[in-house]
Design a protein around this ligand. Structure first.
Ligand SMILES: Nc1nc2c(ncn2[C@@H]2O[C@H](COP(=O)(O)OP(=O)(O)O)[C@@H](O)[C@H]2O)c(=O)[nH]1
Ligand SMILES: [Mg+2]
Length: 380
């Protein structure tokens, strides 16, 4: 472990310079604000001492790949800049003491920001984490933060083991609904409905976009999945007796944007035909969206009885904090993650383990921790 010190006109500049040179793995250990005299004037300066944490590789395609590859440390090349401090018999990084409450708050804020947690999430988390508590070491602080993050996660476990008969996936166009539903159909076929009489079907209400029908037809042909289409309430009502013969019907919907009110009304009237008590609606959102966009989409679809959230395209981003923030602030339990275009491979159940594998910037060995995770998430 090595420490690097850097001096600049103020703390923000010092941190910016450190990050420009060493990237996002910079963690400030101490800061020293001081003043120097320049002629008659006093000038503020700040020296920071920082270290670098391991970066996680994000090229993986499956959770196992994630777990395996996180062993390969992304060793940053650390060049000497200014003066370098090598503490005596360099203790383990995680044993480093946290000096003050401000230092503690600063470390928590940096870790949360690095993982792209929403401003609101951070503002709520820090006072709770710091209430009556001074973490003594970095290990304690990181453990406290992980506990907070994981405790705040809700997962719709029931939908894995006892899914409702109709599962409707809503969400913006292009987010990956159709692809994800096909992955889910194959997941359920393999894990839950293996017997011949337990069949899984796809139902497409996605009839408005050119090309959309073709895509789902190709999938259904490639993977031998039964596919049905309904364009109107009458057609759907006529189909219902046939659909009742399936253990699970995964319903694909057309996209929706703010000015597509008519499509939305049409979709709502179609969905009303399905048996409500056996119907579960989920919202698909892309992890590569910014916090604000995620919140906007949740609002846009809030008139549907959403029971869970499916997060797509985790392979296109390095952060999961945005998704965890929106899930928490809207009480939307997580269900599945997708991390690539490959069908059916790139689908993961939303587990504590998967979430830990996507967090970064921690000095703790998250891989080892994720293996110890049991299913302690809140269940809904
Ligand atoms: N990188 C990446 N692409 C995905 C993922 N899921 C879906 N896609 C791609 O996103 C595009 C839109 O997917 P589609 O299922 O048609 O979205 P829909 O409009 O919501 O039904 C397609 O090119 C998919 O292959 C994912 O997890 N990662
Ligand atoms: Mg689609």
């Amino acid at each position: 472990m090595e420490f690097i010190t850097l001096d600049a006109q103020d703390y923000e500049t010092a941190l910016k310079e450190a990050r420009t040179e060493y990237g996002p793995s910079v963690r400030v250990h101490t800061r020293n604000d001081y003043q120097i005299r320049k002629g008659m004037k006093k000038q503020r300066r700040c020296t920071i001492t920082f270290y670098l944490v391991k970066e996680r590789s994000l090229d993986e395609e499956t959770l196992q790949d994630h777990l395996d590859s996180s062993q390969e440390t992304g060793k940053s090349e650390t060049k000497e800049r200014n003066e370098r401090i090598e503490p005596g018999d360099s203790p383990n990084l995680i044993d480093f003491p946290i000096e003050s409450r401000e230092h503690q708050q600063q470390l928590l804020k940096e870790l949360l920001e690095e993982n792209d947690f929403a401003e609101g999430y951070i503002q709520e988390a820090i006072p709770i984490l710091c209430a009556d508590r001074q973490f003594e070491t970095l290990e304690e602080l990181e453990m406290g933060l992980l506990e907070y993050i994981i405790e705040g996660v809700t997962i719709n476990h029931g939908q894995y083991t006892k899914p409702k008969q109709f599962f409707v996936l809503l969400g913006p166009t292009g987010v990956g609904k159709t692809t994800t539903l096909v992955k889910m159909a194959l997941f359920y076929q393999k894990s839950l409905y293996e017997k011949e009489e337990e069949k899984v079907a796809l139902l497409s209400l996605d009839s408005y976009r050119t090309g959309a029908t073709n895509q789902i037809e190709l999938f259904s042909k490639d993977f031998g999945l039964d596919l049905f289409h309904a364009h109107s309430e009458e057609e759907l009502s006529e189909l219902l007796p046939t659909l009742e013969g399936y253990s699970l019907v995964l319903v694909d919907t057309m996209g929706k944007s703010a000015n597509q009110g008519e499509l939305s009304l049409h979709l709502k009237s179609l969905l009303r035909v399905l048996p409500q008590e056996r119907c579960s609606c989920a919202l698909a959102l892309s992890a590569s969206h910014k916090n604000r966009d995620l919140e906007r989409f949740v609002k846009l679809f809030s008139t549907y009885p959403l029971e869970s959230m499916v997060v797509t395209k985790l392979d296109e981003t390095e952060d999961i904090g945005n998704v965890l923030s929106v899930s928490k602030s809207n009480d939307l339990p997580l269900l599945f993650f997708t991390n690539g275009q490959k069908v059916p491979e790139n689908l993961l159940k939303a587990t504590n383990e998967a979430i830990l594998s996507y967090l970064r910037g921690f000095a703790l060995d998250l891989q080892a921790l994720s293996q110890n995770q049991n299913t302690s998430n809140h269940t809904q």
